[in-house]
Ligand binder design. Sequence first.
Ligand code: GDP
Ligand code: ZN
Length: 303
Amino acid sequence: MANNSMDGLVIRSQSGFFTVETESGFVTCQLRGRLKKGPRQGDVVAVGDHVEITRTERDSGVINAVKPRQHIFARQAPEPSGEYLQILIANPDQIVLIFSCSHPAPRFGMLDRFLVMAEKQKLPVVIVANKVDLVGLDQAQSLFGHYANLGYSLILTSVTDRRGISELRHQLRNKISLFTGPSGVGKSSLLNVIQPELGLKVRRVSQTTRKGRHTTVVREMFPLLEGGYVADTPGLKALSLWDIQPEELDGYFPELRHLVSACQFNDCTHTHEPGCAVISAVDHGEIHPERYQSYLKIRLGEQ
Ligand code: GDP
Ligand code: ZN
């Protein structure tokens, strides 16, 4: 290892240039030639990667190596030359799913799809139900409360009356958080109250990314003053469940997966079979009907 080698974190990626945060500031790096044709399947370097770099000038350098990833959030992107693993972000600690209680009304089908994606990729999830002020706390609980019972972290927030903001800020501290959710739910507003200007910065980057080809890839993550980073995934809502096999789906619904061994048939699809433990639990009110509807829609391939 050369003397001027150092470790860093990739926080920005643009047209082959990577901004790497190191102990001694930001260094703009390109990939060392041999890395470009490395054996790795999929993207060589992504935002969130820990890398080893060599500084060639005061604020520029080359990336020599990428450290093994703890986690990735990725999709199988169809490419003319075959399927390609597109890394949206490397090493995220959690996915923060933002919905609003009203205006727009929550789309639970979309929320459930995000949860399936997160379960598949074994990533912790935080569900944020914003605009509680519009419906009141009781209604917010009855809309979203069952997700907390399933074991997901749930934070009820309101930008208007500052509810839940410190809880959210605490949840983000020292973590890399990937924000996503439909537009209009208050994502920028929440980021702005967490840290002045943060929502504006994130939105600016997302709007430029949206015009590009790989619209869902994270291009930049933003440091939080209290430690940690937030990143946005513009256009993620358009993702379908790219690589989920129908028969693995029940494993990604926490309330279903412990029941499936009790079904009469071991290849039960839980859509119509006699002796199905899932259908019986739905009939007895032990599974939320909307969650079961989401399962059916995904399983039967409806959009
Ligand atoms: P984004 O598209 O998810 O980034 O949403 P914005 O942050 O742009 O917010 C969309 C609209 O919702 C704006 O008019 C905000 O003022 C409003 N808004 C955001 N948060 C709240 C909230 O907690 N309560 C209410 N009543 N309105 C909110
Ligand atoms: Zn079944």
